[in-house]
Design a protein around this ligand. Structure first.
Ligand code: ADP
Ligand code: MG
Length: 380
């Protein structure tokens, strides 16, 4: 468990404000996301939890700009460095997705191209966007050269490295781009660095492998590497460990935690597993039927859950340091989102509901510093 980093206004990476998303289906309009508010800071690991169908994936897809055709964003803002992604042109959005937001899924096979080697898939990100990545490619090779020079004793190799360094420094100053061939060479070297970063064993060998040749855990690592290559400001990880066995799951989560410290990204870890949240996250946001019902520091939420839904959920896992367990569903079932309950969507299942609850929707308020809740028991 990590303590919450000092949060100031400055390091907000992403802010979602009053997001409302519906789906148009033959059965009717599915009111999937009903006014979601969410803030994540750089170098923070935010857990997004809730039962299946609560809207975690739709929230992630909306942030990443990857909602399906039948979805409609009715309202809201997705602010990245103060700019609203939902109001940007297609081109600006493409750019943001290319460089700022990365989404990784449970099943890496839907993300990885089965007929391309891991290496080609990563290097193509760079070579397909040489203008964007020119500086990074050159700089990362220069850093590698510095490292190699420090360890090298063979004068021949030293002079070769120095020669390469000089050439690269000229290219760096030069305003024109780099050739495709040089781009490819540098991209391969950088790709291997990323494979090392996600702790893939024998990165040179993995570089030449196809996705089907990798184990499930290795595939997840490769997918995370591909996402990090874009140096995203926000990394959305949607149930990435759900399909993995417990040991591999623990390794991937450890990696995610390490990456949080190494890369500048804010990480949103989506899961239905409270144990994962307890072990991995700094803060947690609890979703119910398209709303965030509670949000705060992980330790605080585990110790002092406020919302009756959270209390019910966390009843099964009272402390963050105990064995992990899946969400224990609160009695009742997730409501039909075509005809959702009025007012607070949780009221039909809530043991503490009173006359006000079906009448209006409780806003998410800061009940204590850093601890927000959307429930009339706490005012609002
Ligand atoms: N393409 C879609 N068409 C219609 N409804 C959808 C679609 N995708 C998701 N939904 C609905 O949106 C709600 C939230 O789904 P989702 O975000 O996938 O939940 P979670 O990820 O929390 O399990 C659910 O009621 C789901 O049925
Ligand atoms: Mg989901």
């Amino acid at each position: 468990m990590n303590s919450t980093p000092q949060l100031t206004k400055k390091n907000v990476a992403l802010e979602v404000r009053n997001l409302r998303v519906v789906f148009h289906t033959y059965a009717g309009v599915v009111k999937a996301i009903d006014g979601v508010n969410l803030t994540v800071h750089s170098k923070e690991l935010l857990g997004l939890v809730g039962e299946s169908g609560s809207g975690k994936s739709v929230t992630a897809l909306a942030i990443a700009g990857l909602l399906p055709e039948n979805a409609e964003v009715l309202e809201g803002e997705v602010l990245l460095r103060g700019k609203d992604l939902l109001k940007q042109s297609k081109k600006e959005l493409r750019m943001a997705r290319l460089t700022d937001i990365a989404l990784v899924f449970q099943d890496p096979m839907t993300y990885l191209n089965p007929v391309m080697t891991i290496g080609t898939q990563i290097t193509e990100i760079f070579t397909g966007n040489l203008k964007i990545y020119k500086d990074e490619l050159i700089q990362s090779r220069l850093d590698q050269i510095e490292n190699e020079l420090r360890q090298e004793t063979d004068p021949k190799k030293i002079s070769k490295l120095n020669e390469e360094k000089t050439k690269l420094e000229i290219k760096k100053q030069n305003s024109s781009g780099i050739s495709k061939k040089e781009g490819k060479r540098l991209a391969k070297l950088l790709a291997i660095e990323y494979l090392k970063l996600v702790k893939l064993p024998e990165p040179e060998r993995v570089f030449k492998m196809y996705p089907f040749e990798l184990s499930g855990g290795m595939r997840q690592r490769a997918m995370i590497a591909m996402a990090l290559v874009r140096r995203p400001a926000v990394l959305l990880a949607d149930e990435i460990t759900t399909a993995l066995d417990v040991t591999v799951q623990a390794q991937i989560l450890k990696l995610i935690k390490e990456l949080r410290d190494k890369v500048d990204a804010a990480i949103i870890l989506i899961t239905h597993d409270l144990g994962i949240v307890a072990e991995t996250c700094d803060r947690v946001a609890v979703m119910y039927a398209g709303n965030i019902v509670e949000e705060g520091d992980v330790i605080e939420i585990f110790k002092n859950p406020l919302h009756p839904y959270t209390v019910g959920l966390f009843g099964a896992v009272p402390r963050p340091d105990i064995e992990k367990e899946n969400l224990e569903p609160v009695p009742g079932s997730v409501p039909d989102l075509i005809n959702p309950p009025s007012g607070c969507r949780f009221h039909p299942r809530c043991p503490k509901a009173f006359e006000r609850c079906p009448k209006s929707k409780p806003p998410l308020i800061e009940y204590k510093p850093g601890h927000k809740v959307a429930c009339f028991l706490y005012g609002g």
